[in-house]
Design a protein around this ligand. Structure first.
Ligand code: SF4
Length: 444
């Protein structure tokens, strides 16, 4: 639960992905700006808001459990977030909840809060830092640039949960980014469901920014973010043609040379069944071009194995793609049906044993590639961002490591440093996921 002070008091539970975390931060910012205090415990709260996730069945379970716990401990609960679109399911499990609202429906959550716990009007409570309330460590922050998605991947229910693409105008995004940088944030993680599509719904309309105009389009926005003088990392970037325009920004050091690009599969038949563009050969060609233009680039992707209809040949095509693409970081899931997804009705659903076996084979192939690519960094010098200072070691990240999903750079010893400091290190060793390093001065 998240803490704060003064005014009627609200407990807040945030579940799910970084995108939901951004929603939570916006609701908390709004609550604080209206004078609500945020209670760190159920007992101290006048009411609890649970921001739920409903993406996979396990997340639904977790969300329903969290609602149950909040009801048992506090009794006055408002539910919001992805599970909110399934109001009946929530009310069936927990008839005592006060209100249920859907994802990114700030006004609806706020009006439910006002109805059950009116704000106290006190101008001092309305004081709020310009950067809003952050739930992530102070030195990095997620920056959500759009909501929803215009695709219809057959395994995904995000478009029905969160609606079609709705981008935030570039000026608004830049103001938030500037506030975060001014407040000491050293790294911005740009997130959305489909980052490359940013601005399409706005017809790439220009906004006023920095005494000029700025197009609401990803390469232009990334260029402007790159002027803030902090790390800018792009997530969920599908390989649309416009992505090529980002590579020079990376080569020039304006944004981090890092692309998180969910590819999901490499077999054309499976990509078609997934409802995704099927052009793995082109992706390989483009990756080669990006590496030529920006040799430092780190490529991360996610895949699904065991999708309905996946044959051994499809799976081997995927393994061959991994071998050719030589991606730095890879996440992989074995397919599991999501209630309401089109893929649930596809023929050729695979037994769990085959899915698990393919997942293990996939991970073994990629672990070797990732470990080899990390080992190639031993002996190099690099700038890292300190995440955690412990009594006998530091945990830091290089430009190649996104928080929470990638590895760390581990630096032994006791150091007088703070989270958010940048230091130069020399890499001395590597494991499957992490690097070991010493500060450059110590390495002399
Ligand atoms: S998986 Fe497909 S449908 Fe779901 S959010 Fe991503 S691009 Fe959109």
């Amino acid at each position: 639960m998240v803490a704060g002070s003064g005014g009627p008091s609200i407990g807040f539970i945030s579940l799910g992905c970084p995108k939901n975390l951004v929603d939570s931060e916006r609701i908390l910012t709004q609550l604080r700006s209206e004078g609500y205090a945020i209670s760190p415990s159920y007992e101290g709260a006048d009411m609890v808001v649970v921001n739920t996730c409903g993406f996979i069945d396990a997340a639904v379970e977790e969300s329903l459990e969290a609602i149950g716990e909040a009801l048992a401990e506090n009794g006055r609960v408002i539910v919001t977030g992805c599970l909110g679109v399934r109001e009946e399911q929530v009310r069936q499990a927990h008839p005592a909840v006060l209100a249920v609202t859907g994802p990114h429906a700030y006004e609806a959550v706020m009006s439910a809060v006002h109805r059950f716990l009116p704000p106290r009007q006190d101008p001092f409570d309305a004081l709020l830092p310009a950067q809003g309330v952050k739930l992530t460590p102070r030195h990095y922050a997620y920056l959500k640039i759009s909501e929803g998605c215009n695709h219809h991947c057959s395994f995904c229910i995000i478009p029905s949960l969160r609606g079609g693409l709705a981008s935030r105008p570039a000026g608004e995004v830049m103001r938030e980014a500037q506030n975060l940088a001014d407040a000491g944030v050293r790294e911005l993680l740009v997130v959305s469901q489909d980052t490359s599509a940013y601005g399409l719904d706005l017809k790439y309309r220009s906004a006023l920014w920095g005494g000029g105009v700025l197009k609401s389009r990803l390469p232009e926005l990334a260029g402007a973010l790159g002027e803030l003088g902090i790390w800018v990392r792009l997530h969920y970037v599908y390989p649309y043609p416009s992505v090529d325009e980002l590579i020079p920004l990376m080569a020039e050091g304006r944004i981090l040379p890092y692309l998180d690009m969910p590819l999901q599969h490499a077999s054309e038949a499976i990509l078609r069944a997934m409802g995704r563009p099927a052009a793995s050969e082109k992706v390989l060609e483009r990756i080669a071009g990006w590496r030529q233009a920006c040799p430092e680039i780190t490529l991360r992707s996610t895949f699904i194995v065991g999708f309905p209809g996946e044959t051994e040949a499809d799976f081997e095509r995927l393994l061959a793609f991994l071998g050719e693409a030589q991606l730095d970081r890879v996440g992989c899931f074995s397919y599991s049906p999501v209630a309401g997804a089109v893929a649930n009705a596809l023929p050729g659903q695979l037994p769990e044993a085959i899915k698990e076996e393919r997942l293990a084979r996939f991970m073994a192939v990629q672990a070797e590639i990732s470990a080899r690519r990390l080992a190639a960094k031993v002996g190099r010098e690099m700038i890292v961002l300190v995440d955690e200072v412990n009594a006998d070691h530091l945990l830091a990240r290089s430009m190649a490591d996104a928080p929470e999903i990638d590895g760390s750079v581990i630096i032994d010893g006791a150091w007088e440093l703070e989270p958010g400091d940048f230091i130069e290190v020399r890499v001395t060793g590597s494991s499957d996921h992490d690097l070991y390093a010493v500060p450059v001065n110590e390495a002399e």
